[in-house]
Design a protein around this ligand. Structure first.
Ligand SMILES: [Zn+2]
Ligand SMILES: [Zn+2]
Length: 345
């Protein structure tokens, strides 16, 4: 089926457990109102306003940072390469100029990602514990625990270790029910363009930061060391979410995640579920048995029971945490049911 037809076709899946969009919006407004009221009560209205202005200024600093320029540069290079390889009508630029709702969500997530506001959600989600841990690490070991004589070797080692951690993080994103509901938002994309790489619900981003921030701070490394890597990383993650049918040959089978292997990870065919979980290196999938050893080049991407992309961006943004909460709510009953099972023979 054509990928655009799939996006336009109404889903038969239940919408976030059948809850109405009006109810979910009222819940969200009440939640945001409660958080703002609590913050104003805690700080006082004027101090709260000062904090809000400081936060806005810090987001502007993020936008004009060298990292942001490098990141945009990497994505821009892939956008141009795509036009030459795929032709304009199949390119991300065309898709971004003719957006489906799936693409609109990609654009929204790209903006959120660019402003780096996920740290706020990290603070909320970890109840402030992640910030306390990061400050403590900064005091005890400001340089990190991994300090090697050769800065290039140090950068490479840190990069490989973080990629290893990302593999396991991605594994848990799929295996743990509540995290899958948050990560499913990324897989709900019904078409790929290079900025689909940033499509992630803020709740999923917060969980990712909580998982990665402490080990990353412990490892250390300077900003300059990562600037060049950031360019390569943004190009690679953009490529793996493009429709270019590159499999990178033996490099793609043994070393790097290719566009074709990551697209298999986004397939809605059961044999592709929980396959190709790596971020940059494919070796982790080889080592831990999640590599999909097939010749598939799937022309479409989707996820089973996709209730997204039909009721508007706000609904989708609110349906995701609702689905996460429902999964967490069902957990005690599932655990009790498991305990009630007779012991295995
Ligand atoms: Zn995934
Ligand atoms: Zn992806």
């Amino acid at each position: 089926m054509d990928i655009r037809a799939a996006a336009a076709e109404p889903s038969n899946a239940p919408l976030a457990g059948g809850i109405g969009s009006r109810t979910i919006m009222l819940l969200a407004v009440a939640l945001v109102g409660a958080v703002v009221a609590a913050l104003m009560a805690a700080y006082g209205p004027s101090a709260f306003a000062v904090k809000l202005m400081k936060f806005t200024a810090s987001r502007w600093d993020a936008v004009i940072s060298p990292y942001a320029g490098v990141y945009l540069g990497g994505i821009g290079i892939v956008l141009v390469v795509e036009v030459f390889v795929l032709g304009y009508r199949q390119s991300s630029i065309y898709r971004l100029l003719h957006p489906t709702q799936s693409t609109w969500m990609d654009v929204f997530c790209f903006a959120i990602d660019f402003l780096k506001v996920a740290g706020v959600f990290m603070t909320i989600f970890s109840l402030g514990l992640a910030d306390v841990a990061l400050k403590a690490i900064g005091r005890v070991t400001p340089q990190g625990v991994l300090v090697l004589e050769n800065p290039i070797l140090q950068t490479v080692v840190i990069f490989v270790v973080i990629d290893f951690l990302k593999y396991w993080m991605h594994y848990f994103q799929h295996i743990w029910g509540f995290w899958w509901e948050a990560h499913k938002f990324h897989h709900a994309a019904t078409e790929f363009n290079v900025i689909t790489t940033t499509r992630g619900h803020p709740l999923d981003s917060a969980m990712r930061i909580v998982f990665l921030a402490v080990p990353t701070a412990l490892l250390g490394g300077t900003g300059d060391q990562f600037l060049f890597l950031s360019l390569l990383l943004s190009m690679h993650s953009g490529l793996t979410h493009s429709m270019i049918n590159w499999d990178f040959g033996w490099v793609g089978r043994w070393v790097l995640m290719s566009p074709v292997t990551h697209r298999i990870h986004h397939s809605d065919m059961p044999e592709h579920f929980e396959k190709n979980m790596g971020s940059v290196f494919i070796i982790w999938d080889r080592l831990f048995g999640t590599y999909y050893d097939g010749q598939t080049v799937n022309p479409t991407v989707n996820v089973s029971d996709n209730f997204y992309n039909h009721k508007g961006l706000l609904y989708d943004l609110l349906a995701c945490p609702w689905a996460v909460l429902r999964t967490i709510g069902r957990l005690p009953r599932r655990l009790l049911a498991r305990q009630a099972l007779p012991p295995a023979e």
